[in-house]
Structure formats: structure tokens, C-alpha cells
Design a protein around this ligand. Sequence first.
Ligand code: NAD
Length: 369
Amino acid sequence: MRRSVTRRSRREFIHQVGVAAITAPVAASLITSAHAQEDKRLGFALVGLGSLSTNQIAPALQKTKHCRLAGIVTGTPAKEQAWADKYNIPRKNIYNYENFDRVADNPDIDVVYVVLPNAMHGEYTIRAARAGKHVLCEKPMEVSVKKCEQMIEACKKANRKLAIGYRCQFVPHHVEAIRLAREKVFGDVKLIEASFGFRIGDPNQWRLKRALAGGGALMDVGIYALQGARYISGEEPVEVFASETKTDTVKFEEVDESILWSMRFPSGVMANCGTSYLVGGMNRLFAAAEKGWFQLDPAYSYSGIQGKTNRGLMEFPQVDHFATEMDDFALCIKNNKPTKVPGEEGLRDVKIMTAIYESIRKGRPVKLG
Ligand code: NAD
């Protein structure tokens, strides 16, 4: 597959420059440079060097085939040298939040990966797009529908690609669960159960501040259950009905602690979903179909995903979720193909989460357009 693409584009390249008019050595060097371009690893710059960048994304970049860690953007000077030394990042590829826009002049950086608190995703995505860079933005896309729309608009205007960090969509077990649903291997899926929660620690972290997080457990990890229910059903919900419980009103003064919600899909499929910052152990995606069932449990952890159906275990390799996600985006950019996790996908989830919060406030089901 790759070989035929390479051959075809070489042929096209030779054709474009008019092979009859150039000498053999010149043609050879032009072909070599076209080939190098195709094989080039895209340079990623990470914005925000917190836990996810440090422990998952930077190590994952070392395992990718089409990407490399080319730059960093940090507000903490002490991290600059440590990262430069560890990952061999040149001084000219290190930015802070003030001078970040100068990345426009840096050809080493092809993609900006936004790994900041949720309410900062919009600003840095828009600045990156204006600087002419493609953007991979962590989930949730932003904290409001309006911000998501502005991000999509900015990337369209700059003719740059925008992807949201929905890593699970690249994990073999999830891909298989989607196949089982689409190909109706167990007949039509009728009911879905999806939940993700964990017990959050430090009461002073940004995840518990509304201004930076936009919401609590739902925005942070409930979004995985929401995504799962959407991609297993293959439909968009037409109604949500949610309720919330808050047992620690001090720690969770500004954001949601635990939410249970249901979603109704046009075909009549229903999903029962849950999320929590108070309790762990909720890490599941289950589908009941006409002639059987399938489930992932744990479903959303960084590793060790386990799949089962009523016929037995799902045997699929464990992959590095972030490396797979970044390589997929790099290939979409190189081959100018659409990503399966575009900004529009992030916007849909933010619209649904907004409706879930509305349902909690109003104490009744909320219809979605
Ligand atoms: P973190 O708190 O560990 O890191 C946040 C980074 O942002 C830090 O480097 C911090 O210095 C920087 N920052 C800049 N301005 C800040 C401010 N005003 N307040 C607080 N921090 C500020 O967070 P994280 O766990 O790395 O999460 C970052 C993003 O990644 C979030 O959007 C989160 O939802 C997402 N995330 C995704 C996954 C996944 O599996 N895809 C997992 C964890 C986190």
C-alpha cells in the first residue's frame, strides 16, 4: 500500500517537472528530496508539560513512526533545560506562553499538541492555527460550544487540520467493538452501559476549578462513556436525562462530583451512563444486542484493555494509545486525509455535555437537535 503510493507520487513528481528536460543526476536528487518529504517525521510541539505530556505523550512520541518531539511550550523555566536535555530539543524550539506565536517562523514544528487545562484549549488551538500549524487538542475540546466553534473556524480559515485527543478510537479493542456493532455480529445493539470514574486527589488542582475545567467528572472522564455510547450506537442522541449527586460539597463546590445520565438514540437504542470523581472502579463499555453481548472492562485505561463477548475473550494486541493516535494524525496530514476525530466530533460531545448539565439544572429530559 505504502509502496504503491510512493511509486505513484514519484511518477507524478517526475511528470510534473518534465522528465525529458532534466538531466539524470538532477532528476535523481529531486526524486530523493520528494521521497524524503514523504518519509519525513512530522515535528510535534507540546503545549503544557504537565502529567499527561510528561508521563504519556512524550514517551509515546519516541515510539511513533511518523512523528517526533520537536518542540515544547511551557510557562515553567525549570522544565526547559530538563526537557531539552532529555529529548534533545534545540533552544530555538522552546517557547513560553508569551512568545509562542513565534512558532509561525519555525519549520521544525508541523503540529501543535495542546495539553493544557480545558479552558485554555481554545486560545492555544487558535494561536497555533494562526501560526500555520496543524493542531491536536486534548479532550474535552473546550468548555463551551462557542469556543469549540471558534476553534473549528480558526483551523478552517488557516487551512490546517484539527483533531481531538480521543485516543480510544484508535485502540484495537474499541475498533473491534465498533465493528461488532456496525456489522451486527450479534444482531442490532439495543442497550448500552458506559461509565468511567476515579477518585480524585489534591483538592487544589485545576480540575476542581470551574474557570479552568468547565465542569467536573463529566467533562474529564464521563466524556469517554459519552464517546463510547455514541460510537457503539453509531447514532447521535436525541434526548438526554441526567441527575447528579454531590456528597462532598466542599471539595466539589465548583464542579460536578458524580453524574448518572441516559441517552436516547433515534433508532430507540438507549444508553445508561455514569461518571464520578468520588469512586473508582467504573471503567466499562457494555453493549447488549439481539443475539448476544460484548464489553470492554477496563475500557478506557492507558493499557490493559480487556474485551469479552458472550462467545469468549477478544484477543487483540495492547498498543500505546497516544503513539497510535499521533501516528494516525500525522498520516492524515501527510496524505491530506480527514481524521476520524475532527473538531466537529469534539464539538458534538461538548453540545451533549451542555445538555446533560441543563437536564440536571431543570430536573427533566432535554432534547437535542
Ligand atoms: P496537569 O495539571 O498535569 O498539566 C497541566 C499543564 O498545564 C501543566 O504543565 C501546567 O503548568 C499548565 N498550565 C498552564 N497554565 C495553567 C493554569 N492556569 N493552571 C493550571 N495549569 C496550567 O494536567 P494533565 O493531566 O496533563 O491534563 C491536561 C489536559 O489533558 C486536560 O485537558 C485533560 O483533560 C487532558 N487529559 C487527557 C487524557 C487522555 O487520556 N487523553 C488524560 C489526562 C489528561
